[in-house]
Design a protein around this ligand. Structure first.
Ligand code: SF4
Ligand code: SF4
Length: 622
């Protein structure tokens, strides 16, 4: 792992927002950091792990990651936790209470919102959490601000003894810009000071803290009026003035370079009186905020007339081509209708990787889907809902598949009384939030077959380590969870725990059918590594013997992107019906040699590449 912050690092650098947050956290002297990977926040911890003097950890979920950071803060260290927006839902139990107790060492929580839904199940606005939990929120608009605010957030946290939310969005997290960096300032751990009257949140303690929290709220509101991260930018065109924050500021500036702008860096609490004074200098005030109308409502509640969602959309990013026409229409200007930009990229639905071990699972489930209801989960295997498998019936939230499967079992109707019920979950997701769901299935004797797809990685976010991989974030060897023993400890009968190599597709299919037919809790663990991680071993690729291929397209149902259609045609069946044919080839450079497609091919046209003599009957070499 390349170490950062070595010689020659203290000059302007091209950093993504995530890298910039990591740099700021490190320079602030943070000593402990934890996260669960989640797009768009994942790279913050990966970047932090490369700096010296800070212990960066993957946690099994966001709540645990925040608890680690809280513990380190109570020990007097500066501490950090990162998560994506939906991760805050998981961490919220710890968050809501700890904000009442406060912090010792500075505690900063980076939250990355997926505005525009590039890879998430919802578009929730994390700025609500600041208001809900009485926390200050810093909102950078680019990498430089992400770096500066990450650093400043620790001082703010210690000054008011409160966790600070650093809210970024996908646009900030993943776009790179130049950042002028500085030096790390060490903050030694002060050690834990016992103070049960503050840290033990029994009702009597929590009640007292409510009063302290109210005082803190007032102090933070006063601080917001003076905070340098909030600034007014003068503009010549005073027909409208904007209040804005985060990357919406940059979009707005591009669309209206001459407008007066109140740029919020501390997005909560709001500097109400400064905004009131700003509003008096313009004809109309427009709040340009992405997703929810939070600032707008607060300004109106304070008696400041403001436009916002009556002009601008409440979903997706406020890019210049969104904000520009909307405000011009409001100003009564003619607006040209601009055709949407055409992407040069060929549209391609999301799909699993070449040779992905999940292909076999979804191929088998797709053969059984008329007889089973299938509850899915969050991760690569969510792609099983798509073409050609169409083998997921539900997917709601991280770790939710097993609870939902149990509910489907308990709530069966007449039409599905004889159906099998399957829950599909990945190894990392199982450790994240899935375990209690399985425990409940066992506890209730649910007639559910749980598939744990162990590919030894947190695959969807790039193959990060977790307690089932045998390594930690820093690359050190770590104890590896045995999923079979784990689920046996939950009470699943040993004979109902099956371990299958998904590359042995006929065995997998038979095992699935047997367990679905058994009316009690069962677990099938598939155990092939993700094709994108270090321990994956590529085998000799396969190829299609063109002369033997009948065009039946069975192999296409596996869904492997290495199999390509080279020509199509229509043939008459014996009964005179038209049958569509698709003849295929395998991209041998991409093929991992898993052999899944071979086991679907009736005429034996798929053979190991380099092990075939072209010509009729050559497929017999298989
Ligand atoms: S053997 Fe078939 S399924 Fe496996 S990677 Fe190659 S083409 Fe894909
Ligand atoms: S399964 Fe075999 S015969 Fe059918 S299309 Fe694929 S390679 Fe050709």
């Amino acid at each position: 792992m390349k170490r950062l912050a070595e010689a020659g690092e203290n000059r302007p650098q091209l950093l993504s927002g995530n890298d910039a947050v990591a740099r700021g956290v490190w320079e602030a002297g943070a000593r402990v950091a934890a996260a669960y990977p989640g797009t768009p926040s994942t790279e913050i911890l990966e970047s932090l792990a490369r700096y010296p003097g800070i212990r960066a950890n993957w946690a099994v979920n966001e709540k645990v990651s925040l608890e680690i950071a809280i513990g380190a803060s109570l020990a007097g260290s500066r501490a950090f936790s990162a998560m994506k927006h939906v991760g805050v839902n998981v961490a919220s139990d710890a968050l809501m209470s700890q904000t009442l107790a406060g912090v010792a060492g500075g505690l900063v929580i980076a939250v990355a919102d997926d505005v525009g839904l590039s890879s998430s199940q919802n578009e929730q606005d994390s700025r609500y959490w600041g208001r809900f939990a009485h926390l200050p929120i810093l909102e950078p608009c680019d990498s430089q601000e992400a770096y500066e605010m990450a650093k400043a957030a620790f001082d703010l946290s210690e000054r008011f003894q409160v966790p600070v939310l650093l809210r970024v969005t996908t646009r900030v997290s993943h776009v790179k810009s130049v950042v002028t960096v500085g030096e790390r300032i060490e903050h030694a751990a002060k050690g834990f000071e016992k103070n049960p009257a503050r840290w033990v949140l029994v009702p009597a303690v929590a009640k007292r803290r409510l009063g302290d929290q109210a005082v803190r709220d007032r102090q933070l509101a006063a601080y917001a009026e003076t905070c340098d991260f909030n600034r007014v930018e003068a503009g010549a065109d005073r027909r409208v003035g904007f209040v804005t924050s985060g990357p919406a500021y940059l979009h707005l500036r591009e669309a209206f370079p001459d407008a007066p702008v109140f740029k919020l860096g501390l997005g909560y609490p709001l500097p109400i009186e400064r905004i009131r004074a700003f509003a008096a200098t313009v004809d109309a005030l427009i709040v340009a905020e992405e997703t929810e109308p939070l600032i707008e409502k607060e300004l109106r509640a304070a008696g400041i007339a403001a436009h916002g969602k009556d002009i601008l959309p409440a979903t997706d990013e406020l890019t210049p081509n969104v904000v520009g026409p909307a405000v011009r229409r409001f100003l009564g200007e003619a607006v040209e209708t601009v055709a949407p930009l055409k992407a040069d990229v060929f549209p391609r639905p999301p799909t699993m990787c070449v040779g992905c071990p999940h292909l076999a699972v979804y191929y088998c489930l797709s053969r059984l889907k008329k007889q089973v209801n299938i509850a899915g989960d969050i991760g690569c295997y969510t792609l099983g809902a798509g073409h050609p498998w169409n083998a997921l019936d539900t997917c709601t939230c991280m770790g939710g598949s097993m609870g939902m499967a149990l509910g489907m079992d308990l709530g069966r109707g007449e039409t599905d009384k004889d159906r099998g019920i399957v829950a599909v979950i990945g190894d990392s997701t199982f450790l994240h939030m899935g375990m209690p769901g399985l425990l409940n299935i066992v506890y209730e004797g649910g007639n559910v077959t749980v598939l744990i797809l162990d590919n030894r990685a947190t695959g969807m976010t790039g193959g990060q380590e977790h307690p089932g991989t045998g390594h930690n974030l820093r690359g050190d060897a770590a104890p590896r969870v045995d999923f079979g023993k784990l689920v046996e400890a939950f009470g699943v009968k040993p004979e109902r725990i099956r371990r299958v190599d998904p590359a042995e597709m006929p065995v997998l299919f038979k095992t699935l059918k047997e367990e679905i037919a058994t009316p009690e809790p069962s677990v099938i663990i598939t155990n092939r590594p993700c094709t994108l991680i270090d321990c994956f071993c590529k085998d000799t690729p396969f190829r299609v013997v063109e002369e033997d291929c009948t065009g039946c397209s069975n192999c296409l149902n596996v869904g492997c992107p290495a199999i390509q259609v080279i020509r199509t045609g229509v043939e008459k069946s014996g009964k005179g019906k038209d049958i569509e044919r698709k003849w295929v080839k395998i991209d041998t450079a991409a093929c991992t040699g898993c052999g899944l497609c071979q086991s679907t091919c009736g005429p034996g046209a798929i053979v190991r590449a380099g092990n075939v003599v072209a010509g009729p009957g050559a497929g017999a070499a298989r």
